[in-house]
Design a protein around this ligand. Structure first.
Ligand code: ADP
Ligand code: 5GP
Length: 190
């Protein structure tokens, strides 16, 4: 059965790094859902690769046309998951990997209760998170502060997830995550 493997983490938690590895190891079985957003591209991000970058007006039209399986306002920008991408993957018997925020994870749980499995990637501490955000070097001080404030709120949602993986040492966190996903994708009916 196709699954929705939902990964949430505070910004800087290591989602992107871990998701890239999952996509490599489960190529052909797991497809990344590329979200649509109104935020500006960061660093070397390209339209259609990391995100579909659209205007606020375009996004709002998408909401009206029910093009999103879920959408949310995150850090002041819109982000949404395409309904068509999910449906196409399901038709092809593939599973979908989604890197979305805690609001989106909750919406998908309600919309796809049988398919959805939610994994929260937690940083070892907020101090680690701050240092990783600074080290990444892609965000302004104001953005970092906003993301840290949101991280405190997001961490409170962790207990509601199906699984929590602490991203302390990257290889250990990945091994744990890979085992969870491997188990999910080989389940017959569950
Ligand atoms: P997110 O997608 O959740 O915002 P990233 O995957 O971009 O997070 O990771 C943020 C930064 O932290 C990146 O520079 C990444 O290389 C680094 N990072 C990720 N996991 C770890 C880890 N376990 N230990 C140290 N640095 C990490
Ligand atoms: P960033 O701007 O750092 O790429 O992402 C900011 C936050 O938006 C992250 O928590 C990310 O998981 C979340 N996000 C990305 N795409 C979506 C989406 O389609 N829906 C929701 N609800 N959140 C998303």
């Amino acid at each position: 059965m196709s699954k929705l493997v939902v990964i949430s983490a505070p910004s800087g938690g290591g989602k992107t790094t871990l998701c890239e590895r999952l996509l490599r190891d489960f190529a052909g079985k797991l497809v990344l859902s590329i979200s649509t957003t109104t935020r500006a591209p960061r660093g070397r991000e390209q339209n259609g690769v990391e995100y579909h970058f659209v205007s606020k007006a375009e996004f709002e039209k998408g909401i009206q046309d029910h093009r999103f399986a879920e959408w949310a306002l995150v850090h002041g920008n819109y982000y949404g998951t395409s309904r068509t991408v999910i449906e196409k993957c399901f038709e092809q018997g593939k599973s979908v990997l989604l890197d979305i925020d805690v609001q989106g994870a909750e919406s998908l749980r309600k919309a796809y209760p049988r398919e959805c499995f939610r994994i929260f990637i937690a940083p070892p501490s907020l101090a680690h998170l701050e240092s990783r955000l600074r080290h990444r070097g892609t965000d302004s001080e104001e953005t970092i502060q906003k993301r840290l404030k949101n991280a405190r709120d997001e961490m409170e949602h962790a207990p509601r997830f199906d699984r929590i993986v602490v991203n302390d040492q990257l290889d250990h966190a990945y091994a744990e995550l890979k085992e969870v996903v491997s188990h999910l994708l080989t389940e017959k009916n569950g």
